[in-house]
Design a protein around this ligand. Structure first.
Ligand SMILES: Cc1ncc(COP(=O)(O)O)c(C=O)c1O
Length: 421
C-alpha cells in the first residue's frame, strides 16, 4: 500500500500552482459508482459537462475533452490544424512555452521562437514579462507570404506568474490581415483569470483539469473555432486518437469514440456547478477571488522585500506568485525547510529558474485563512533559512481584513423537514 495520508495531524497545505487542492465536494462526486459509458445516464452526463465547459471557456463552439494531461491537449491542438513542414510562431514567456515549442519540434513542425532579449541578475527578461506584441508584429510583418500558419502563446505562464494579454495577439492578426490561427495555452489560466474564447477570437484554446477547475489531473481540453475546424479538415499531420472530427460527431449525443474518464467527468460536472453557481457570483466572482488572493500574497512578498518574479504589474498573475530569492540562497532548500517544518508544498523554480525562486499557488480549494497559513509557513521558513524578512504576514492580514470578500459566506439554512404528526 502507498502511504500517502501520512501527515500526523492537520491538513497538508498544497500551495503549488497546480495540481491545486480539490474541494471535498468534488472528491465526493468522484466516489459515485462507475456507469455504462454507452448508457442513457452517461449520455445525460456527457451533454451536461460539454455544455458547462463551453460556459467556462465562454464559447458556443465545440470543446474537446480528452482523458489526458495538458501535454496531450497541446499535441491534439497542433496535430489537428497543421501539416508536415508547416511553420508556427511561438512566443517564449517561460518554461511551459519552451516545452510546447519542444513538442512542436519533435512533431516535425518548423518553429520560429521569439521572446524578449537579455537577462537581469541571471534571469531572462522574457521570463519576467508577458507577450510583447511589438515583437510578434515585427515577425508577422515580414511574413508577406503567410508562411506562418499559427501563432502560439501561453495565457498564464505557470513557471513565472505572468498572465499575458492574448486578446492583443488577435487584434494584431486582424490589423495585419494575417490568416494564421491563434492558439492559446490557458492550462493554468482557465477559471482563474478572465478568458473569453469567442470574444477574443482564439482559434484553439488548450486547458487542463488540475488548475482553476480544481479537479485532479487527468482530463484536458481543446476549445475550437469554426476556422480551426475548417482547417482541421485538410490538415495532414498524422492523427487518430486526437482527431477532432469523430469526437465532435459523437459528442453531439453526449458520448465519445473511446472510453471516457467517467469519474473525472463526475468531478467536472460538480466543479462547473460550483464555479458557475449564481449564488456565489458565477465566473466573474471566481476571477475576483483569484485577483484578491494574489494581491494579498503580493502584499506579503513586498513586505519581505523580495522581488516578485513578474516584473510588470499590468500582467501579474491571479493564479500564482513567483518569489525570487538572493542568488546566494538555494530556493529549493528553503522550500524543503517549509515542507519539513510546516507541512506545506510550494512550487519549485522550473528550467532556467531552478533554485532561484519558489512559487506560491493561490488557486483551487483555498481561502484567506489557508493563504495566511501558507504565508506564515513561508515567513517562518525564510527566517529559519537565514533571510532577514519580516512583516509579510501582517501585511497580508491587513490586506485581507481591509478588503472583504465581495459576497459574504452564506450561513447554511436548516434542511426543511415535514412536521411530526
Ligand atoms: C501553462 C502550462 N502548460 C502546460 C502544462 C503541461 O500540462 P500537464 O503537466 O498537465 O501535461 C502545464 C502544467 O503545469 C502548464 O502549467
Amino acid at each position: 500500500m502507498l502511504n500517502l495520508d501520512f501527515h500526523p495531524s492537520g491538513r497538508h497545505f498544497l500551495q503549488i500552482p497546480g495540481p491545486s487542492p480539490v474541494p471535498e465536494r468534488i472528491l465526493r462526486a468522484m466516489s459515485l459508482p462507475t456507469i455504462d459509458h454507452r448508457g442513457p445516464e452517461f449520455g445525460r452526463l456527457g451533454l451536461k459537462v460539454l455544455k458547462d465547459i463551453q460556459q467556462i471557456f465562454q464559447t458556443t463552439q465545440p470543446v474537446m475533452i480528452y482523458p489526458a494531461s495538458g501535454t496531450g491537449a497541446w499535441e491534439a491542438a497542433l496535430v489537428n490544424v497543421l501539416s508536415p513542414g508547416d511553420e508556427v510562431l511561438m512566443y517564449e514567456t517561460g518554461h511551459f512555452a519552451a516545452l510546447w515549442h519542444k513538442m512542436a519540434s519533435r512533431l516535425g513542425i518548423k518553429t520560429r521562437v521569439i521572446s524578449m532579449s537579455g537577462e537581469t541578475d541571471g534571469i531572462p527578461n522574457a521570463w519576467r514579462h508577458g507577450v510583447q506584441i511589438d515583437l510578434i508584429a515585427e515577425h508577422l510583418k515580414k511574413d508577406s507570404s503567410h508562411a506562418v500558419k499559427a501563432v502560439c502563446v501561453v495565457h498564464n505562464e505557470t513557471s513565472t506568474g505572468v498572465t499575458s494579454n492574448v486578446h492583443a495577439v488577435r487584434v494584431l492578426l486582424d490589423e495585419l490581415k494575417h490568416p494564421a490561427l491563434l492558439m492559446v495555452d490557458t492550462i493554468s489560466g482557465l477559471a482563474c483569470a478572465p478568458y473569453k474564447h469567442d470574444e477574443w477570437g482564439i482559434d484553439v484554446s488548450i486547458s487542463g483539469s488540475q488548475k482553476g477547475l480544481m479537479l485532479p489531473p487527468g482530463i484536458s481540453f481543446n476549445a475550437l473555432s469554426q476556422k480551426a475546424i475548417n482547417v482541421s479538415k485538410t490538415a495532414k499531420m498524422p492523427k487518430a486518437f486526437w482527431a477532432w472530427d469523430e469526437i465532435i460527431e459523437l459528442n453531439k449525443t453526449g458520448y465519445w469514440p473511446y472510453t471516457p474518464n467517467t469519474h473525472l467527468l463526475y468531478a467536472l460536472s460538480e466543479a462547473c456547478d460550483m464555479i458557475l453557481d449564481p449564488q456565489h457570483g458565477g465566473l466573474e466572482a471566481v476571477f475576483t477571488r483569484h485577483k484578491r488572493f494574489a494581491a494579498g500574497v503580493r502584499a506579503a512578498v513586498n513586505a519581505w522585500g523580495l522581488p516578485i518574479q513578474c516584473a510588470d504589474e499590468k500582467v501579474y498573475s491571479p493564479v500564482l506568485t513567483g518569489v525570487i530569492l538572493p542568488s546566494s540562497v538555494d530556493a529549493d532548500a528553503v522550500r524543503k525547510t517549509i515542507y519539513e517544518r510546516f507541512d506545506c508544498s510550494l512550487g519549485t523554480g522550473l528550467g532556467k529558474l531552478k533554485g532561484r525562486m519558489f512559487r506560491i499557488g493561490h488557486l483551487g480549494d483555498t481561502n484567506d485563512l489557508t493563504l495566511m497559513g501558507t504565508l506564515a509557513g513561508c515567513e517562518m521558513g525564510l527566517k529559519i533559512s537565514g533571510l532577514k524578512v519580516q512583516g509579510g504576514v501582517q501585511a497580508a492580514m491587513d490586506f485581507f481584513s481591509s478588503n472583504p470578500i465581495p459576497i459574504p459566506i452564506p450561513i447554511p439554512k436548516p434542511i426543511p423537514r415535514p412536521n411530526p404528526k
